[in-house]
Design a binder for this molecule. Structure first.
Ligand SMILES: C[S@@+](CC[C@H](N)C(=O)[O-])C[C@H]1O[C@@H](n2cnc3c(N)ncnc32)[C@H](O)[C@@H]1O
Length: 299
């Protein structure tokens, strides 16, 4: 599968949207256009801290599945502004240690305001965990991050290395899911502005990966899969603008990054108009599908 994935990457699609499965991946285009730092800002990081309750709730479910024990050493990879990391610190107690790592200096700046004894934050990416020793952590988790990682194989090799034998890895991530009302709205808006050919070629993101790819990747990296579940979540937003803000903050500002700047405003306005169709009595209803996976490094 690793070879298969590399082959897939060489294909050139037009790379508009895809993965609207969430993980708050949505609205971003292809992964090669995604940059967690270049389009981010302190303002977006602050916004994320305020709006990221859906990720926080999902992360707490993952943590429950991981069965984190007091006194554990835990790494939160792609910790964002550190809300979930701080929650973890409460679970591991005074003898435990939790480290949050994220490539965005803006997100880390906010996370550092949560620092205390046994809870620290640092800059870094999942693909390079060289600052950590082999067999060090009891738990490593990535909540709403895995999709964003460009070199997933290297990240998994690194995570495997730093986990103790018997240590656990927890992941929540979006995956390739094409029957999403949100996906249709976004594609229709792009098609209207950019033309049919552009949108139809862009229907496939070369980097989007299926549930099966995901499972295979974990197993080929040497992990035993303990739990693998796909789950549907619904979130409600007061207005279409709130939906767009949420995705902008969740994607480190990588909203419609593949679309020429001059066309973005028009696409966004069409998306916002169409988002009204998803309004329910509780607000604009956005459904997303997530994989919750827990794996173990063999003893
Ligand atoms: C949707 S946010 C999730 C943040 C946090 N895990 C949470 O639960 O709120 C995705 C995070 O992944 C980070 N990220 C992007 N690429 C990454 C990479 N290669 N390695 C580690 N983190 C990455 C981003 O900077 C961002 O903070």
């Amino acid at each position: 599968m690793l070879k298969k994935q590399k082959k897939k990457r060489t294909k050139t699609y037009l790379n508009i949207i895809l993965l609207i499965s969430w993980s708050f991946n949505f609205f971003s285009l292809n992964l090669s256009a995604y940059d967690p730092v270049a389009n981010d800002s302190l303002e977006l990081a602050r916004l994320y801290d305020k709006l990221s309750t859906p990720q926080y709730i999902q992360g707490k479910e993952l943590i429950k599945l991981l069965k984190v024990t007091p006194g554990s050493f835990v790494l939160d990879l792609g910790c964002g502004t550190g809300r979930l990391t701080a929650y973890l610190k409460e679970l591991v107690g005074p003898k435990g240690w939790v480290i949050g790592m994220d490539p965005s200096p803006y997100r880390i700046e906010i996370a550092k305001q949560r620092m205390k004894e046994g809870l620290s934050f640092q800059l870094g990416r999942s693909e390079d965990l060289g600052v950590f020793k082999d067999n060090f952590f009891d738990f490593v988790y990535l909540n709403s991050v895995f999709y964003w990682i460009r070199d997933k194989e290297t990240a998994l090799v690194e995570i495997y290395r730093i986990l103790k034998p018997g240590g656990k890895l927890g992941i929540t991530s979006g995956y390739k899911f094409e029957n999403s009302p949100l996906l249709k709205i976004v594609n229709d808006a792009i098609m209207e502005v950019m033309g049919k050919e552009f949108a139809s070629k862009g229907m496939m993101n070369e980097d989007s990966f299926s549930k099966e790819d995901f499972k295979e990747l974990l197993q080929e990296s040497g992990f035993f899969i303990i739990h693998f579940e796909q789950k549907e979540y619904a979130d409600y937003f007061p207005s279409p603008k709130d939906v767009v803000q949420f995705f902008k903050a969740s994607s480190n500002g990588n909203l419609l990054e593949d679309i020429p700047q001059t066309k973005r405003a028009s696409i966004l306005s069409k998306i916002e108009t169409r988002l009204e169709r998803l309004r329910s009595s509780k607000g604009i209803k956005i459904i997303h599908w997530t994989i919750l996976a827990v794996c173990q490094k063999p003893l």
